[in-house]
Design a protein around this ligand. Sequence first.
Ligand code: MRU
Length: 326
Amino acid sequence: MTLEAIRYRSGSLQILNQLLLPHETVFDEIRSVRDGYEAIKSMKVRGAPAIAIVGCLSLAVELRGGAGADDLVSFIRESLCHLTSARPTAVNMGRAARELMEFTENESMEKNTEQLRDSVIGWIEEMLERDVNDNKKIGNYGAQHILSGVPRDSVTILTHCNTGSLATAGYGTALGESEWCGRCTRWAHTRPSLRGSPPPSSQTAWQPVVVGADRVVANGDTANKVGTYQLAIAAKHHGVPFYVAAPSTSCDLSLESGRDIVIEERPAVELTSINGVPVAAPGIDVWNPAFDVTPHQLITGGIITELGVFLPSELQAALTGRLTAL
Ligand code: MRU
């Protein structure tokens, strides 16, 4: 059974507060865009697809409560702008904002306020369904690719960071491959904020590495949780295929290379203390980038999307015309 970290029923949204894991399992009520922004910014909700879904659902909840009655289109525009500003590296929220705004503007030409409200909420609710379906397709395509010619029970997947049901509405991106591959050993390595499970001590070998992505740009360079790049170098050195698994909503063809990606820098306190207890020398300098960029040359296995598996050099052609321009 998939963990339901995002609980949505029309007019009500709850998210699993990831800041309290693994000690407590608490679902926080999200009643407004303000709550949604705060949950994203503070990392109660994490992972590129989940950020976009929770951001948009927070808007749906507030709209259901009657917000924006004076000027619905402006309320939606300002809300989406605010939500997009919460975290800069993952492209999914920005992409959803752009698509939803375009939809809103078109619909507003022929609908009254109440009708427009309903269609915008409907559009947002479909996002949830799309994400669950995309997860399945990513898992399916990835598993077919990874398992071709390899006995199923010999496959071990190494992943990095949060790529399961905490980061999406379904069972995840890279962890989805594990679901589809069946009897795989999974090793979820996490940093910088203490998530997931420790590596099994006997882990000595693996085929392939599969990671998620916060943004994949036109040449295939990929931003993902800091530490991904060094894993990609190690994989290359040892001849281990390295895959990125991400929905096309994480792809951004408007940027040519990874050099153009804005990398979020997180507060020092995330590294200098744990649950409020200092663990570093007072006053120490800290640089805390949340992500790094893996150059496309190191993505030797391919990029697994809901549309198929592509080499970095094929990505742009494969997605052109299928993604809205950013
Ligand atoms: O900074 P976070 O915790 O929001 O990190 C995002 C992630 O979980 C990812 O980097 C992930 O690997 C890609 S999104 C499935």
